[in-house]
Design a protein around this ligand. Sequence first.
Ligand SMILES: [Zn+2]
Length: 713
Amino acid sequence: MRFFPLLLVACDPTPSPEGPPAAESTVRPDILLVTIDTLRADRVGAYGDPLARTPVLDGLAAQGVLFTEAHSVTPLTLPSHASLLTGLYPLHHGLRDNGGFRLAEGVPTLAEALAAGGYATGGFVSAYVLDGAWGLDRGFDEYRDPFHPQDLAAAPVFGEVSLPGAEVVNAALAWWKAPAHGDRPRFAWVHLYEPHTPWQEHPGWTGDPYRGEVAYADSLLQRLVDATDEGDLVVVTSDHGESLWDHGEREHGVLLGRSVTRVPWILRPPAGLPLCVCGGGRAPAWGASATQRPAGVDAALVLDPVPDAPKARSVLRMPVSGVDLAPTLADYAGVALPGVDGRSLRPLVEGQALSPVPVYAETWFPAFHHGWAALQMAQDETIRLEQGAFLTESAWTEDPAGRGSPRGGRHGAGLGAAVQRWRGQADPRPGPLSGDQAAALEALGYLSVVVAAGPDAPDPRDQVGLLAELHGAEALPPERAIPALLALVRAHPQMADARISLALKRAEMGDLAGALADNLTLLEQQPEHSTALGNAATLARGLQQPELTLKLAERLRRINPQDPRGYRLAAAVYVDRNDAVQVLEITRAGVAIAPDDPNLLYLLGLAEIESGDPLAGVQRMQEARKAGTQATDLDLWIGAGYQRGGQIDEARKAYDAAVRSMPGDPRPWAMAGWMLYKADRCADARPYLINVARRGARADPKVQEALQACSGR
Ligand SMILES: [Zn+2]
């Protein structure tokens, strides 16, 4: 434990353009960063919510600083976290949606900078959208993302593949307390998914289900905070908020209102470093909420406006962005993170002035998923501007719902310039590419989804009613959902997600051919839609259409060589064809990019056992077991591998294990009996052969031969 005296300083009232340099840090503090997914600022007690039960967050705020106007860069988990962990806006880190996008190798990350600066680095994520496959693992000594392809197959929505927060906290604590770090300072990033839909019930909580999830996430935070001491830097923030029916959106992703961009940001600096005590500044008044909840939906959510009444040791009201997080942490750690779009807020925390800069946010989700316009937002200290197919602005003192009343020229040129600058000149749209360009973009893990929205695309703020229609239809049982979704895609053929849902409902009804046809229709519009590709390939394999499966799997691999699905599906087809050479080739390539994929490891093991490298195959099967394979015949194949490798006693042990793990299956008895007979070990073989015979395989000519031979000796 390290203790430092508190060093409280007053805030500097006069902004200076540069801001004085931050105080020299003499210690490199341990850093705990917690991102609570989908946490809306005004649902935290420290931000003024009287219905919140968030004592841990409130306690951190009471010891540190709270930013009232912290904004995420996009309401999408992967690109928002990429900004938090690189200090770059999406234009520069390249991730514009969940999945399909991968952080390019050349983009520097905070974790890399900290590791280079001598930090031990651990990342602990709760959702597949943050799997290391998307590139955020770079720079972490340990990155815990135990998601398996079979999880994906089991979940209809890939955004819902997640781990319980308690499990993630356990893993993070074990790492935090591990003696192996020695004298190195620690950086842990812990991601909790609880407030994300579906909202689960938690014991002891009744009423608002969203607030219940937030309260539960807060309780998980307790054990992490308990593991820190006063010398540590603790930061808690979120990747985006939740609309909760603001302007008609239930969750997040499509709209860009304050309820989704504004997130909590609470920082408890290491004791001994300066901490300003600021409570001043004008409280923003955003007026009435624009909540539009359909009748009878989510009735338990309490949507009354929450007063802006922050309670913290220090309240900072300057608008700040997710891109400021990485440079701030790097500053405290004393490591360089050059070339970022954000800036260190440490001077502000330490009572020095920083000149305000507009914050920027965007969402391409409406374009990628529904064929609508993308949205951009910029906000400074007085005005918020939202741009889509049309422009709105609202002042802090006016009703934010007063959209559609553009007051040309009222906002400073700074906001429009911020939108132009961070949006980028061109839409993230691959368009017709040369072979070389395509190869380069693929190497960067670029687009998996072609933007369908054209210049005349409707504005999501006008279309959001269709979302409620889509969600309503998705909630119906399949026989009623299918006609509703059909009507929706006929009227709005660009709504890709509606077509995906239609296909899922058909599959649920057993209409696999219809589901495949829906996915193929979508692929005609958007040939590189990775979800449609993966689903279509899986369905094609289920319908025993190997040529189509191979074609779709090949396209998946071409779009994102890091996506294991393309390898698994192609390998499965070659297994059906008994083509060990092809299985070997494709699973080797797959394991190279996904070394923990249990399905690929298993298939590679099979191929190695079948094609002359049986002991390598045994090793592969053991790796598949460690990775959590669901295959039940693992021991049988391990036995076969040892047998072919000439290790009779090891093979026998594996067959014995298979006897236990595959009860009722005669194969392990038969294979062990035959092997031992052929090895001239009749006494050992006899009990196995008798057991096979008892299991009804007496007629098998090999069993007969072995039984006769061995009973005679
Ligand atoms: Zn998220």
